[in-house]
Design a protein around this ligand. Structure first.
Ligand SMILES: Cc1ncc(COP(=O)(O)O)c(C=O)c1O
Length: 424
C-alpha cells in the first residue's frame, strides 16, 4: 500500500498574513542553526548584482580565496554550492561516484547515515563501517575497513552533531591515499570551530555549511575538492543542451544524474568559462563571503580557542549541576554537548519551558538518543560567556522548578571559573 499523503493543518486564521516579520529574540543554543552575526545579516541586505557583472565575478573569486583560507587549502576548486549543507555533500557524491562505484562510509551517527543514504541514491555500492554512537573510529579500524572493502571513496563526518563526537582525521587521509581511495569529509558542524587542515591531512573533498560555527544562515554550502577529485568529476562533464558551445564534445562515463548539483558544470560556472548554469543565490554569496571574512579576520587559532573555551565552560556547568555529559569526552566536539536528561524529567517539556520562558532554544536528539539527551550548542556568535551563563542559569531554574535537585548557582559559577582561569 502506498502511504497516504501527510496531513497539513491550515492556519487557524490568516489575520497575521500582512504583519511584518517580528521573530522573538531567541538565543539559539541548539546544534545549529544559531544566531547570525549582525555583519552577516547586513551583508544579506546588500543590493543585488547580475551574476556576470564584473564586480560580482570579483566577489565570487574573493569568496573562493576566503574559503581556501577557511579550509586551509590551495585547492583551485573551492566554491559555494547553493543549498543547505547537504547540497554540497550530495554535489560531490553524485558527481564523483558512478553507479556501482564502491563507497565506504565511516558512520558514527545520524549524519554518517545521511552520507550512506546520499551515496546509495547516487548508485554507489555502499559499505558502512559503524562505530557505536558516542564513540569514534581508531585509525586501525579505518585501515582494516579500507583493506576489506577497497573503496573508491571514503566518506566521514568530522563532527557528527547527532552524537556530538568529532572524528580525528589526521591519519585517515594518508591511509586513504595508501589504499587508493579518495576521502570526503562532511565538516558542516565543525568548519570554523575546530581545525580542518584539508591539504595537510590529505582530504580530497570537504564540505561545510554557514549555520554552525561560521555564524550565518543555512542556504550556502562551501565545498573544496582536490585536483585529483576535480579530474574524476570533470572527466564526466556533460554540458546541458541549451548551453553547449560550438564544437562541444561530451565527457566520458555516465552523465552526472543531477543537473543542479553537477559539479563539472559548477566548475565551469565558477571558472573563467563562466558557464551560465544557474542564477547565483546572490544574497547567500554575500552572506558566505561575510562569514568567511569574519572567520579569517578573527584568525583560525582564536576562533578555535573561543569554541573550545565555550565548550569547556558549558561542560563545567553541566558537571556542576550534577548532570551527565553524553559520549566519549576525549572526542567530543567543542561546539555541541550532549546532556543526559535526568530520570523522571520530560525532555521536551524542559525544552519548551526554556523557549517559552527564557527565549532559549536547545536541541532534541535523534534515533537511539531521542528523549535521552539534549544537545546544547556553543558556536559561532553564541560561543561566548554570557550566552553560556544564560543557558545554564535558565536550565537550572527550569529543572529546579520541575522538582529536580540541582545545586543552585553552581553551574554559572563553574562556567565563569573556566573563563576566569583562561584569562590568567
Ligand atoms: C554534521 C552535519 N552534516 C550535515 C548536516 C545537514 O545540513 P543541512 O541541514 O544544512 O542540509 C547537518 C545539519 O545539522 C549536520 O549537523
Amino acid at each position: 500500500m502506498p502511504p497516504d499523503l501527510p496531513k497539513l493543518t491550515p492556519l487557524a486564521d490568516e489575520d497575521s498574513l500582512f504583519d511584518e516579520l517580528r521573530p522573538a529574540p531567541r538565543l539559539l543554543m541548539g546544534p545549529g542553526p544559531i544566531n547570525a552575526d549582525p555583519r552577516v545579516l547586513r551583508a544579506l541586505a546588500t543590493q543585488l548584482l547580475g551574476q556576470f557583472d564584473p564586480q560580482f565575478r570579483r566577489y565570487m573569486k574573493e569568496t573562493m580565496a576566503l574559503y581556501r583560507r577557511v579550509f586551509e587549502t590551495r585547492n583551485r576548486w573551492t566554491l559555494l554550492v547553493d543549498g543547505t549543507a547537504r547540497a554540497a555533500i550530495e554535489c560531490a557524491m553524485v558527481s564523483a561516484i558512478e553507479p556501482g562505484d564502491r563507497v565506504l562510509v565511516l558512520s558514527f551517527g545520524r549524519f554518517g547515515q545521511l552520507m550512506s543514504e546520499i551515496a546509495r541514491r547516487a548508485g554507489a555500492d555502499v559499505r558502512v563501517a559503524e562505530a557505536e554512537w558516542g564513540t569514534v573510529f581508531a585509525a586501525e579500524q579505518v585501515e582494516a575497513a579500507l583493506k576489506h572493502h577497497s573503496p573508491k571513496l571514503v566518506a566521514v563526518c568530522q563532527g557528527d552533531t547527532s552524537t556530538t563526537m568529532a572524528q580525528p582525521l589526521e591519519e585517515i587521509g594518508p591511509l586513504c591515499r595508501q589504499y587508493g581511495a579518495m576521502l570526503q569529509v562532511d565538516a558542516t558542524a565543525t568548519l570554523g570551530g575546530m581545525p580542518l587542515r584539508v591539504d595537510a591531512w590529505q582530504i580530497d573533498c570537504a564540505t561545510g555549511g554557514l549555520q554552525k560555527c561560521l555564524a550565518g544562515p543555512s542556504g550556502s554550502a562551501p565545498l573544496t575538492i582536490s585536483d585529483q577529485m576535480a579530474d574524476v568529476v570533470y572527466r564526466r562533464r556533460h554540458i546541458e543542451e541549451g548551453l553547449q558551445p560550438a564544437g562541444y564534445l561530451p565527457g566520458e562515463g555516465p552523465i552526472i544524474a543531477s543537473n543542479y548539483l553537477d559539479l563539472a558544470m559548477l566548475i565551469d560556472y565558477w571558472s573563467d568559462v563562466g558557464l551560465n548554469h544557474h542564477t547565483e543565490a546572490t544574497s547567500m554569496l554575500y552572506a558566505a563571503r561575510e562569514c568567511g571574512r569574519l572567520f579569517v579576520e578573527e584568525g583560525h587559532e582564536r576562533a578555535f580557542l573561543r569554541h573550545s573555551l565555550a565548550g569547556d565552560a558549558l561542560v563545567a556547568g553541566i558537571d556542576a549541576m550534577g548532570l551527565r555529559v553524553f559520549g566519549d569526552r576525549a572526542h567530543k566536539m567543542p561546539n555541541v554537548t550532549g546532556v543526559y536528561v535526568p530520570d523522571g524529567v520530560a525532555a521536551d517539556r524542559v525544552r519548551s519551558a526554556l523557549l517559552d520562558e527564557f527565549n532559549i532554544e536547545i536541541g532534541t536528539s535523534f534515533g537511539p538518543l531521542h528523549g535521552r539527551i539534549w544537545r546544547i550548542g556553543t558556536m559561532g556568535v553564541n560561543a561566548r560567556e554570557d550566552a553560556i551563563a544564560q543557558t545554564l542559569g535558565a536550565l537550572e531554574a527550569v529543572l529546579a522548578g520541575d522538582g529536580c535537585r540541582v545545586p543552585r548557582g553552581a553551574a554559572v559559577d563553574a562556567a565563569r571559573a573556566v573563563y576566569r582561569s583562561a584569562e590568567r
